[in-house]
Design a protein around this ligand. Sequence first.
Ligand SMILES: Cc1cc2nc3c(=O)[nH]c(=O)nc-3n(C[C@H](O)[C@H](O)[C@H](O)COP(=O)(O)OP(=O)(O)OC[C@H]3O[C@@H](n4cnc5c(N)ncnc54)[C@H](O)[C@@H]3O)c2cc1C
Length: 438
Amino acid sequence: MEDNKAQNFDVIVVGAGPCGAAAAITAARAGAKVLLIERSSYVGAKNMIGGAVFLTALKELFPDDWESAPIERYINKHTWSLLSDNSSVEISCNFPDEFKSASIFRSKFDSWLVEKAKEEGVYFAPSTLVKNLIIREDRVCGVKTELEEIYASVVILADGVNSLLARNIGLRDEHDPKDMVLSVKETLKLPKEVIEERFNIKKGSKNGAAVNFLGGLSLKDAPFALGFMYTYSDCISFGLGVNLEDLAQMGLNPSDLLEKLKEHPVVAPLIEGGELLEYSAHLIPEGGYNKLPKLCKDGVMVAGDAAGFVNGVHFEGTNFAIISGIYAAQSALYALKIKDYSEKTLKLYEKKLKHSFILKDLKSYRNVMENLYFRANSLMNYYPKKASSFFKIFTGANCIPKREEFRNFIFHFIKDRSLKELLCDIKAFLSAVFGVLK
Ligand SMILES: Cc1cc2nc3c(=O)[nH]c(=O)nc-3n(C[C@H](O)[C@H](O)[C@H](O)COP(=O)(O)OP(=O)(O)OC[C@H]3O[C@@H](n4cnc5c(N)ncnc54)[C@H](O)[C@@H]3O)c2cc1C
């Protein structure tokens, strides 16, 4: 453990991802004695993002200094690409002067956060695995590492998606595979100029682009699989996430699906010549509001991915992690102030979450994934192909009257889809955009 002689702390935070770092920084800034424990020797090395960090949350944590974060590119151009077997229909939006999210490398970003935490006086213990929590008279009062027992008034669990610790003390059940997405990602090196040209980014700027892919897997029965691509300074990430239960039931492998997507004639030119720098895989908790754990108990709170705070459709996770970490720390500070570490006091954390966008959004989007999985074949196969046929007619000149071609198009659409199916598809689409329809 670095710089740490004493064994008693006000707050112990387990996990030095964005959530844990935000919690540790917030508590230490207010004068608490904080220990941040991380199992990896190189912070962030195994952590994963697609991906872009949402800057509003970062600015909340560092109002004056967020720009010193190791930002690769501001992601201000977003494209949704509906892939049929050999074509695409794309919807794109570009806000070249807006800086709402940024691509980052987790290894650099998480290390930067830890350095910031140390500057605030946080004690940092890398290469330290928390094996269990210490419980006395039904209250969590510290952690057991491989070498020692360390005590604290409050423990914040920010140990990521698997959170064995939250499970061990009955805050959550084991994850159901149908609530988990397995994501695989490649990082591919490309010259800066090539990236700027391929993604139509202003030369020499720090602007960047993200592309989400739907469809294009040429499978008869396709799972709901979202492909993603993000630009960094001189590389791109390219990955795909698929529901764990679907993978098992359909006998699919996400790496094979990614390989398939790579060969798609619309995708291939975007990654052409890319030199593989890194391959990673990670789970994403997507059980959402319906699968939230118990958020606190005497002496302990759970936050970030460990609590399942992710909005899968909108690629939000880091912002939920940072803000929930801040709320957990603020609640710990209140408990320290009144010297009451009971669940009743720590419920302040739950209250803060309930009043914030985190639980409001998770509640709104509570059935989204279920709706999308239910209509996977429609969304992955039928509509991308249908959209492609529509634009083929719209942009083509086939010596056939347009009215006749469109009449044929509509006839097939009505024949293919029953009203019930159509309504289910509309519901899935609208719930992905707006959340649950009341
Ligand atoms: C492929 C992919 C793409 C994503 N894209 C985006 C995106 O574009 N935008 C976005 O906002 N979010 C995205 N996310 C989600 C985002 O990465 C997570 O929501 C966020 O990292 C959660 O932060 P966290 O601090 O809660 O957990 P983590 O980042 O997982 O950190 C947990 C930390 O705890 C440590 N730890 C675990 N157990 C122990 C233990 N027992 N003892 C000590 N240390 C321990 C781990 O080593 C780790 O460092 C993506 C996720 C994936 C997998």
